[in-house]
Every structure is written in C-alpha cells, then in structure tokens.
Design a protein around this ligand. Structure first.
Ligand SMILES: [Zn+2]
Length: 363
C-alpha cells in the first residue's frame, strides 16, 4: 500500500459532533480488503442516528452507502461475489454487513440477523477500526461480499446501491413475481423512487407512488411510476380514486414506517395481496391491524430488515442496465468535502434533499 495514513470523522452521539482522527494504515488482518473511499451518501438511517431517533453505540464512523477503489486485496481473494475477477484499483461496493456463514441464522437464510453481524457505518469505533463511510478508507473484514462495479456508473449513482437499492431489491424478492401486478409504494424518498424504478422495470402493470410531498410526487414519473397519490387524502377517498381507475392493489411496499400508513395498506390491498414493510426501523407505537380483514382477504404481511447479498447483486444488475433511464444521480442534490461533514449533516437534516454526497477528494 502506498498510503500510510487514513482520516476518519468519528461521531459522538452525546455531543452530536464529528472529530477528525488520523489512523495509520498498517498491516491488515487475514482476509481483509482495504478500500480507498471515493464517495459516500448520507442515508436516512445515518440521519436517524445523528438526530437521536435511533440509538447506536458511539463513537462511530457513520456512513454505509459507500463506493471505493481497492488498494489492498488478500492474495486468496481473486473473484467478487458474482464470480467476476477482482484486482487492485477496481471500483467496488459491498454488502453493508459481514457475518459468519456458519451462524445459525445465516444457515436459515437470514445472514443479516447473524449473531456475529458486523455492520459497516454502525459498529462502534473501539479499536480504531476503519469501518464506516465518512473516512478516506474502509477496511472490509474477511467474508464481506464484494461486488465489482461497471465504471459507467457515476459515483453519485453507485454510492446508494448497497443500502437503498439493495433493500428495495430485497423487498421485491419477498413480493414475488411482479409481472402484470399493481404495486402501491408508500413514500417517495430515495427508497420509494428506487422501488418505482425497480418494480416498473420488473414488469409491474401499474406503479402508484403515494406521499404527502407534492414536489417529490412531481418527479415520480421520471422513476417509472404511472400514477401518484396524495397520501393526505382519507383512505375512503383513495379507495374511490383507485376504484374509478379500476385499479386493485396486489402489492404494497411501505418505505415510511408510519403505523397509520402500514395500517392503511391492509385496507387498500385486494384479495391475496402482499404488504412488504421495510420502513419501520425506528421506535414507534404499535400498528393496529384488522385481523378479520387480513383473514378474509387472504393477505400476507412481510417485514424486511437489511437484505441478503443476492439482493445487492440484483440491485447492481438493475442499476447497471437501467441507470440511463432513471435520473438517480440527480437525487444527490448537494455535495460536501469530508472535512465539512458537520455542515453536510446539517444540510441533510433539513429533509430537503434526497441525498447529500460526501467526497474525500479535494481535487
Ligand atoms: Zn442506509
């Protein structure tokens, strides 16, 4: 390795401040890959932590929507997760966590719930480990699923892959085949727009995006939505609009995590419908469910937290094939240098941006 030092901005949750730390890039442990970070986007869950809505062990290097270039590769790592050859200098993303494949939950097909889970951008900064996105480098532990990226993707497009797009790919996996289905997506943030793009690309007959924010809904069509719906309308009015358009909802994807919204999804789903909940990742009141409706309408509710590595592979394939059709890069409205991370978080926490981007590059 040519670089000897890395810089990380370590978050302290008690003071809500970021402190710059210099960390020597010494020898790596067995199986570790070193990445020079090229771009990180501030995810909504980073903001949950920053604003105190989601408790996290601190100090921490936040940031998990990362893209970077390999500067050190273990000699026995020659291929990525999808069997593409890997080499120094390759642009990569990676699964947001690493786990032990022998873990009982991993064996059951839930690697994201492994007891030994180690999550980038979340794990405490205890042993000066470079494990988050708001730094110049990230060290990836043995067993992390690495994915080589096509350099045609811009950094702004690529950074949200390993959280936003992969989580949506996981939700779609749970929903099953989408061809000729009508999909209702709650929330027109980055997750909802990704869901619109991915479900329309996957063959959904109608994609409806529902949000309270008219400005966000105004761009819904650019991301594959056929129809937008004002979330502030009463449920009965929404039912009437859908009935007038002869639309019956087969699949709901909730990215909001708002109990009343998830409750409404049960009202709006047609017979045999599936409601996928991915937004409820913060402390909240219980969501009341009408069990009789669930039973009589043969409904299914599925939750998804994080995703599995195959979902990231699906998301990468989607974005590499379709990135010219959807203006995801334009959703990174504002960009800051790493040294101005505190300002970047202030800007991101106004809620006026889909994503704020961080670049360690001073050039
Ligand atoms: Zn995230």
């Amino acid at each position: 390795m040519t670089v000897k030092n890395a810089t990380a901005f370590v978050f302290d949750s008690s003071t809500k401040t970021f402190e710059s730390k210099t960390i020597t890039l010494g020898s790596t442990a067995e199986g570790e890959t070193v990445v020079e970070i090229l771009y990180t986007t501030i995810c909504t869950s980073d903001l949950h932590t920053y604003c105190g809505r989601r408790p996290l062990d601190s100090p921490t290097i936040l940031g998990h929507e990362i893209v970077g270039r390999i500067t050190h590769l273990p000699t026995n790592t020659t291929r990525d997760y999808t069997n593409q050859p890997l080499a120094l200098g390759d642009l990569i993303t990676w699964c947001v966590y690493t786990y032990d494949e022998h873990d009982p939950f991993a064996q059951k097909g839930y690697p994201q719930k492994s007891i030994s889970l180690y999550k980038y951008g979340h794990h405490p900064f205890k042993n000066k480990e470079l494990n988050g996105g708001f730094a110049t480098h990230c060290i990836l532990k043995q067993g992390t699923a690495l994915f080589k990226l096509n350099s045609k993707l811009s950094l702004k497009e690529a950074a949200p892959l390993n959280c936003t797009h992969a989580t949506i790919a996981g939700g779609i996996r749970l929903a099953g085949p989408l061809r000729d289905k009508t999909v209702l997506i709650y929330g027109a943030g980055m997750l909802g727009l990704s869901a619109a793009a991915q479900t329309s690309t996957a063959g959904a007959k109608q994609v409806i995006l529902c949000d309270i924010n008219a400005e966000r809904l105004a761009i819904a069509k650019k991301f594959g939505a056929h129809l937008s719906l004002d979330s502030t309308l009463p449920t009965e009015e929404k039912k009437k609009i859908l009935a007038d358009l002869q639309l019956s909802i087969d699949i709901v994807l909730d990215t909001t995590g708002i109990p009343a919204v998830m409750q409404e999804s049960i009202e709006l789903l047609d017979i045999g419908g599936i409601s996928i909940w991915i937004g409820a990742v913060f402390h909240q009141d219980a969501t009341p469910i009408n069990a009789e409706q669930l039973v009589r309408k043969l409904l299914t509710i599925k939750g998804l937290h994080n995703y599995i590595p195959e979902d990231l592979a699906t998301a990468i394939q989607f974005l590499e094939e379709h990135h010219t059709h959807f203006p995801f890069g334009a959703l990174v409205h504002s960009e800051f240098h790493l040294k101005d991370l505190a300002d970047a978080f202030q800007t991101a926490s106004t809620g006026q941006h889909f994503r704020v981007g961080i670049t360690p590059n001073t050039k």
